[in-house]
Design a protein around this ligand. Structure first.
Ligand code: MSP
Length: 516
């Protein structure tokens, strides 16, 4: 794949509360993909942001006793702080209350109205205030309870603006069927194709909501959140306010969203784009959910954990590594402090940290920390394994199997540790076989150099620390794919032993957490 441009987005979270670990999971995954593409030499635009309109937000502001705008300003600041703490390298943060976004959304609505893709009609049905959505009876518990909000739906009758989604159904089905990459993972495709069959024309305005973008020419209604929210993917890169920038980045290469909103992204969004005559994104990927010890994350259950707290306590990379490595990407996964601690201790403290530490200690004692020349004859499997790992990482990342890409890097690290055990450098030192010893240490450090580059999208801070200890002076952030060829470590490089890369999480610490 030749380097090119890569535009990816996450869902924009509702601005009713600061992000929790589930929202963080999505942003971490998107960040890993963004960093991976930068490493490969692509020009990347990574967009995230906040979805700030609708009743949910108005109610939260009311409960806090502040105006909705002041409320979302606060949540937006907080969200950006959390993303900063987790090293989320976004290029744009779109807020739906941004005047440029509001104007562009009104423009989109007006255009759809003018071309009769939106029309006014009486819209009635069972309405869930939590979802701000009309519901099909078959999706309700006992025909009247919203399963998501556990509250009864209300019969509602409104004059609404309606989007003729049905007009685009056939084209959309054709697109999904003939572009297997468009909707991933595979498991969500059939479900969406089935849904599409009966997906109704869609109410796209609300009379009962005040906190939103007014319908152009009809201020008694606001534009319903999905047209408002989905349009962020266009307005966040200039649509309506910087056409050159928009043309440069669109179409999106990846919309990464949770499985709960995949249908909006795989049905409503492409139908809107077809109506607007805008090319469709390359891929919509619906990731799974994180649960807390098997339970859904919820305020009522009281199991919401603040990602920033975890980052402050264990380091951003520990939580990044855990969620990316532990959860099979595309499936649901679970967070518990026990599995978190075990995974981080085994992979970061032991596997990665010890390989480096042991090697630098011997290098310091025998060569004053200086890297010896390469000794190809004694490198064994390592060069071949490193090369295979690079290929595997690319292949797995292109398939969005993030966890498997990481697993491949740790397989290489396993081999490095085995290589250390079997070549026994401490014995070589004792026997005075310095030529051989230098070669062994070179091989280990070279494999670690490659692992640092490969791991940098997932654990950027630890990878940079590893890099620093290797003593390489050109920054890790400047490395590109070519740097992954075996033999790149220059003999004579002076390493810098700076102590354990990642100290083991102590038993007392996790014990305290478990108790709450
Ligand atoms: N505002 C809408 C999205 C509009 S996108 C044009 C929304 N917001 S949300 O705050 O409810 O969710 C934001 C994202 O976080 C969604 O992709 C959602 O799937 C994801 N997650 C929310 N809880 C989650 C978990 N427990 N685990 C993983 N992702 C989760 O929907």
């Amino acid at each position: 794949m030749a380097p090119g441009k890569y535009y990816l987005t996450t869902a924009i979270d509702y601005g009713n509360a600061p992000p929790h670990i589930g929202h963080a999971y999505e942003k971490i995954a998107a960040d890993a993909v963004a960093r991976f593409h930068r490493l490969r030499g692509d020009e990347v635009f990574f967009l995230t942001g906040l979805d700030e309109h609708g009743n949910k937000i108005e109610r939260a502001a009311q409960a806090a006793g502040v105006e909705p705008q002041a409320y979302v300003d606060e949540v937006a600041a907080r969200a950006q702080q959390v993303w900063g703490a987790l090293n989320i390298s976004y290029d744009g943060f779109i807020r739906t209350t941004d005047p440029r976004h509001r104007a562009a959304v009104q423009g989109i609505f007006a255009r759809l109205l003018a071309q009769d893709d939106i029309f006014k009609a009486k819209y009635e049905g069972m309405y869930c205030r939590g979802c701000e959505e009309f519901k099909n009876e078959r999706d309700l518990t006992d025909g009247k309870i919203c399963p998501q909000h556990q509250q009864p739906v209300e019969f509602t009758s409104e004059e609404n603006y309606v989007f003729r989604l049905s007009k685009y159904r056939e084209r959309l089905r054709g697109h999904i069927e003939s572009h297997p990459q468009f909707l991933q993972p595979e498991t969500r495709r059939n479900e969406i194709l089935n849904l599409l069959e009966t997906f109704p024309d869609l109410s796209v305005s609300r009379q009962s909501v005040r906190w939103g973008i007014p319908v152009p020419g009809d201020p008694s209604q606001v534009i319903y959140v999905w047209i408002d929210a989905l349009s962020n993917y266009l307005t966040g890169i200039g649509y309506g306010w910087d056409d050159a920038q928009f043309q440069r980045w669109w179409p999106a290469d990846l919309h990464l969203v949770g499985k709960d909103i995949t249908k909006f992204h795989a049905i409503i969004w492409p139908a809107l784009l077809l109506a607007l005559d805008i090319p469709l994104p390359y891929q919509v990927y619906g990731h799974g959910f994180i649960n807390m010890a098997g339970m859904k994350i919820s305020k009522t259950v009281g199991n919401v954990i603040d990602p920033q707290d975890i980052a402050a306590e264990y380091g951003a990379d520990a939580i990044r590594y855990f969620v990316l490595r532990e959860i099979a990407f595309g499936r649901d996964g679970d967070f518990t402090y026990e599995t978190f601690e075990a995974r981080v201790n085994a992979d970061l403290a032991n596997n990665l940290g010890n390989a480096l530490n042991r090697t630098l200690t011997i290098l310091e004692k025998n060569f004053a920390g200086q890297v010896s020349p390469r000794h190809a004859a004694i490198e064994g499997e390592l060069p071949r394994l490193a090369e295979e790992t690079v290929a595997k990482v690319v292949e797995r990342m292109e398939a969005m199997a993030l966890d498997e890409a990481i697993a491949a890097i740790w397989t290489l690290l396993d081999a490095v540790n085995k290589y250390i055990d079997s070549t026994a450098p401490w014995a070589l030192a004792k026997e005075g076989k310095l030529d051989e010893l230098g070669g062994v240490l070179y091989a280990v450090l070279e494999a670690l150099r490659i692992a640092a580059i490969l791991a940098s999208p997932y654990i950027p801070t630890l990878a940079a620390k590893l890099w620093e200890q290797l003593g390489i002076t050109t920054p890790l952030a400047e490395q590109r794919w070519e740097a992954l060829a075996w033999g790149g470590l220059a003999p004579g490089t002076v390493t810098r032993k700076l102590g354990p890369l990642y100290p083991r999480i102590g038993a007392e610490l996790a014990g305290a957490k478990k108790k709450g």
